[in-house]
Design a protein around this ligand. Structure first.
Ligand code: LLP
Length: 438
């Protein structure tokens, strides 16, 4: 059995190798998404193609809900991880709320499920008056305020609309989390949040503004954090602050713990996920246990990351000296994580066989050396025209896609059991040129 086969067979319940049935006969093993062969999806919808599994998303939400069961909580899925309307609707139907960071993301939530607005928290360092007004009119759950001038603007906007805005200050707990420097946010040198000392003064100021309702403390220390300890440390600091603020008469009812729970990109995460999320839940809730608080959570990646793949077809094989390149039809404009964060994604053949592995670079057609998905990777020998699947591409994949090199963005498909639904059409050149003029 090839290395990739054994890995992927650890990936229940979706994206597994299964025998395809043809005319009642058992065929060769091939990668499936739920009940559908990946090759059939590629044939129907073309490549590059994002494929998501509804059942895996449901399963991961269930694991989250189970881990936090018994502690009052609301999961506010971080829309930025994957903002496709159908994904948002699926999550809204499971009762989730949303964490948005722009007016655009809020509009998406409203479009997917209007009633979910009351479970929306609005984060971000640069909210504009227009975005704030939209959120006020939509009666969202809370604003996570990140600076003194934002607090002032929010107060003014709410006053003008005769609304009372529920607020948290996003505090910067100054804890360090092992992750890529671009996505670590909880240290004092980062642009995010308000230092705890300053936050106390701002809470006092906020309490004097009649259009604001001090209700919450929020924190987010970064993304793709695999070690649970920094979450606990941050929560201990937040718990201390909640006690102090209550001591000063503030009615703090919520703690927003942010997102950031990492996934495993080099092996399947799904089996271990319930235990990991349980450990995470314990780290967050232990420091808050005696506070009678409602916990808000903002997971993104840990819900949708492993539930998506990017299907791509091999265009050319090429050898330059000692190096072998597989040039595929997806590129850094479709999935930028390897180029931008040196992120590792497993890449597996859709049709595994017994041919021996070779060391290859898997690259896209874009005119940059940085356009790669994997370097010096051992992969079963594949042929031009074969399909490959880039795994764990459900989060920060399509949302970060661009049109670099005038490449239309990929289509997205949501698979549920034996059904596949196109949830975003492949872009056309016309779409790309629409806003331009001569
Ligand atoms: N809440 C806030 C305030 C955030 O800034 C983020 C992510 C989240 C929640 C969700 O974090 P998650 O559970 O997904 O880790 N593009 C990068 C990740 C950027 C994360 C930004 N903030 C990547 O591809 O790794």
């Amino acid at each position: 059995m090839s290395q990739s086969t054994s890995r992927s067979q650890e990936r229940p319940p979706s994206f597994v190798y299964q025998a395809t049935k043809r005319a009642g006969q058992r065929g060769a093993e091939a990668l499936h998404c739920d009940k559908l062969p990946a090759s059939e999806l590629a044939r129907r919808f073309g490549t590059p193609l994002y494929v998501y599994s509804a059942s895996m998303i449901r399963e991961r939400v269930k694991a989250f809900e189970k881990a936090f069961h018994g502690f009052p909580h609301t999961i506010c899925y971080a829309v930025k991880a994957n903002s496709n309307l159908s994904i948002l609707r699926l999550l809204a139907r499971l009762g989730l709320g949303f964490d948005v960071v722009s007016g655009g993301e809020l509009q998406r939530v409203l479009r997917a499920n209007r009633a979910a607005a009351r479970r929306v928290v609005f984060s971000g360092v640069g909210k504009t008056a227009a975005e704030i007004n939209l959120a006020l009119r939509s009666n969202i759950l809370a604003f996570n305020v990140e600076s003194a001038p934002e607090l002032q603007l929010l107060g003014e906007c709410a006053r003008n609309l005769r609304k009372k805005a529920r607020i948290a200050l996003r505090v910067n707990p100054d804890v360090s989390a092992e992750t890529h420097p671009y996505i670590s946010t909880g240290l004092h040198q980062h642009k995010f949040g308000i230092p705890i000392q300053q936050a106390r003064e701002l809470y006092t100021l906020a309490a004097q503004e009649k259009s604001l309702k001090v209700a919450s403390v929020s924190v987010h220390i970064g993304s793709q954090i695999r070690d649970i300890k920094p979450f606990r440390e941050a929560m201990e600091r937040v718990a201390e602050l909640v006690r102090e603020l209550r001591g000063e008469g503030h009615d703090i009812r919520y703690v927003d713990a942010g997102g950031g729970l990492g996934i495993s990109y080099d092996q399947s995460d799904n089996d271990a996920f319930p235990d990991r999320v349980a450990a995470y839940a314990e780290a967050l809730t232990a420091p808050l246990r005696d506070l009678k608080i409602h916990l808000l959570l903002e997971p993104g990646r840990s819900i949708v990351g492993p539930a998506g793949i990017l299907l791509t077809r091999l265009i050319y094989k090429k050898t330059n000296g000692a190096k072998k390149f597989l040039i595929v039809d997806a590129a850094m404009n479709d999935l930028i994580r390897p180029s931008l964060y040196s992120a590792h994604h497993e890449i597996v053949p859709v049709q595994p066989d017994s041919s021996s592995a070779e060391k290859v670079d898997i690259v896209g057609p874009i005119c940059e050396t940085g356009d790669f998905f994997a370097r010096d990777r051992q992969l079963q020998a594949v042929n031009e025209g074969d399909l490959l699947a880039i795994l764990d591409a459900g989060a920060y994949g399509m949302v970060l896609a661009s049109n670099y090199n005038t490449r239309p963005r990929a289509a997205e498909v949501l698979v549920d059991g034996a059904k596949a639904k196109i949830i975003r059409k492949r872009e056309t050149l016309q779409d790309l040129l629409r806003a331009e003029s001569l």
